[in-house]
Design a protein around this ligand. Structure first.
Ligand code: ATP
Length: 330
């Protein structure tokens, strides 16, 4: 499709909300407007496409949102989109609103939805937006930097009181299937252990032995970062306290990690990615994901991107342990 053929684009946010999504909505909108393209904001992700909830977005509608967490377009997980009927309804809505291209800001699941739409002739571009950093094709996802910084600051605070009371602290951070927030915040606070969904072997005895060992070596606290995907932090704390005789507390950080003003990196990268998505549509491209790889913003084919696998860094996991005590990798 030639540049002048794109007249209207849609923008939606889907899956879990992430700080920086608003910066991407703003830049996509303003980039489009600067190219003479009309913008429709789709509310609540794919649900808005299926229920026909769209509103016009002009450059004024996205003012003063760059520093706000969440998403002004709202987000949702939409089961109907998993059905052929749902996809066809969404396609129909795009046609009715004369949407020539759709910018989908979300995670892997959202990209699968976008791929379905593109198979039905809707031009789609994905922008990686998830606090979990679990999109294989990109080294950066919108929201991760803000979320991991929030987690790090919270752990720092728990650590102060943990040290004062010479406790063991289990701090549960977000990440159902991915341990990046756990690993990064664990390394950033100097945690004694990180339990990652990708790696955890459920060997609690090893954790207990390590706690006894670090205490013997004079450490005043013992911080364990536990990823949400492993969960059960309260029960784990009780078992550890019973086995070690050391006061053990669990803190679940929860949704506070999703909220708040995005960091500089999230504002900047989301701004570039949102604009790039519009540029790709304007160039006539479709079925592509905007990515950040090896220090550069780039784009990849949807299907190719979705087939990629992400691995957690063995070296970084090993560092957590080797910097607090020498033992095998969990
Ligand atoms: P997060 O990383 O925050 O969980 P996500 O985009 O991966 O984000 P999902 O819940 O997996 O979150 O997907 C978001 C939405 O995308 C789903 O609710 C559904 O509407 C749509 N979706 C997911 N998978 C598919 C699929 N295979 N086909 C069509 N639509 C899909």
């Amino acid at each position: 499709m030639a540049e002048n053929q794109i007249r209207t684009i849609g923008v939606l946010t889907s899956g879990g909300d992430a700080p920086g999504m608003n910066a991407a909505i703003r830049s996509a909108t303003r980039r489009a407007v600067s190219k003479g393209i009309r913008v429709k904001g789709v509310l609540k992700g794919y649900e808005g496409l299926i229920k026909d909830e769209l509103r016009d977005l002009g450059d004024r509608d996205v003012s003063e949102i760059i520093g706000r967490g969440g998403t002004i377009l709202y987000s949702a997980r939409c089961k109907e989109m998993l059905t052929e009927e749902g996809v066809l309804t969404a396609v129909e809505t795009c046609r009715r609103h004369e949407i020539d291209g759709l910018v989908v800001i979300g995670g892997d699941g959202s990209f699968r939805g976008a791929l379905e739409l593109s198979r039905h002739g809707i031009n789609t571009i994905g922008v990686p937006g998830t606090i979990d950093l679990d999109i294989s094709c990109t080294d950066y996802t919108i929201g991760f930097d803000s979320a991991v910084n929030t987690a790090m600051r919270a752990v720092d605070q728990v650590r102060d009181t943990s040290t004062s009371h010479e406790r063991v602290s289990i701090i549960e951070v977000m990440g159902r299937n991915a341990g990046y927030i756990a690993l990064w915040s664990g390394l950033a606070v100097g945690a004694e252990d990180v339990l990652l969904p990708e790696k955890y072997d459920y060997d609690e005895e090893q954790i207990i032995n390590q706690i006894i060992d670090t205490r013997r070596r004079g450490k005043k606290h013992h911080i364990i970062i536990n990823a949400e995907g492993i969960g059960h932090s309260q029960a784990m704390a009780k078992r550890i306290e019973a086995a070690t005789g050391i006061e053990t507390r669990a803190t679940i950080l929860g949704y506070m990690q999703r909220g708040g003003s995005p960091t500089c990196q999230d504002r900047l990268y989301a701004t570039v990615m949102g604009a790039k998505a519009v540029d790709l549509l304007a160039e006539g491209k479709t079925s592509r994901v905007v990515a950040y790889r090896q220090g550069e913003f780039t784009d990849l084919d949807f299907e190719e991107a979705l087939k990629m696998e992400k691995t957690i860094s063995e070296y970084e996991v090993d560092l957590v342990h080797s910097l607090s005590y020498s033992t095998s990798v969990r």
